[in-house]
Design a binder for this molecule. Structure first.
Ligand code: SAM
Length: 204
């Protein structure tokens, strides 16, 4: 499998139980995209999540790649770059992220692995870094979000998106979404008609 276009930060979802994990796996992809990763790699059976995240990229912009693999272990073993595995048993994120950033980011491609069900012990061995966001059990989505934000020092929050069909305009209250194919006046009309909620938030 080819590595990502920008060849920088990829997220690998290790394991997926269709039905039970659909929502969580999708949120892994959405969080990876929103918080600065270049691509997500899903297990082959995560078809629903591939569709949803791809749809969000089409509507809200990229660049962001969504890939699937039937060979999770091979992706890790053959990764040409640094492999970070997020796990509650790892080293503390506050102790190691600076070293990971300084030695790897922008120098080699980074693969971030997050689990679902039990991750085999081999993955702990293959990883260059096992990193914990607290040594307490919680969620892969939360762990990924905190790690990415620390890796990028918060700069991912200012990222700009290209080829978006819809752009959300920040508001103190209410919702405003500009449809890039409509004029601003037409978009305002759409928003006034309160259709934006129905049209743009199809994730639940
Ligand atoms: N015992 C698992 C572990 O190794 O972290 C918890 C399983 S949890 C349901 C699923 C995934 O969430 C884990 O594979 C890991 O990637 C992530 N995760 C959970 N707690 C974490 C933590 N404190 N730090 C980093 N990642 C965590």
């Amino acid at each position: 499998m080819q590595q990502s276009r920008k060849n920088e930060v990829s997220v690998l979802r290790y394991g997926h139980r269709p039905g039970r994990d659909d929502r969580m796996t999708t949120h892994v992809g959405l969080t990876a995209r929103a918080l600065g990763a270049d691509q997500v790699i899903f297990p082959d059976n995560a078809t629903q999540s591939v569709e949803t995240v791809t749809d969000i990229v089409t509507r809200f912009g990229g660049p962001f790649d969504v890939k699937r693999t039937d060979a999770l272990n091979r992706v890790i073993r053959e990764w040409s770059g640094t492999v970070v595995h997020l796990t509650m048993y790892g080293e503390r994120v506050q102790d190691v992220t600076e070293r990971i950033r300084d030695t790897c980011l922008h120098k080699e491609s980074l693969l971030i692995i997050i689990g679902g069900e039990k991750v085999p012990s081999d993955v702990y061995e293959w990883a260059d870094w096992n990193v914990a966001v607290t040594n307490q059990p919680h969620s892969e989505v939360a762990g990924l979000a905190v790690f990415l934000d620390r890796l990028f020092r918060g700069q991912e929050l200012d990222e700009e998106w290209t080829d978006a069909e819809h752009v959300v305009i920040p508001q103190a209250s209410g919702k405003r979404v500009v449809d890039t194919e409509l004029t601003e006046t037409e978009s305002d009309e759409v928003n006034t008609e309160s259709q934006s909620e129905k049209r743009f938030w199809l994730l639940s």
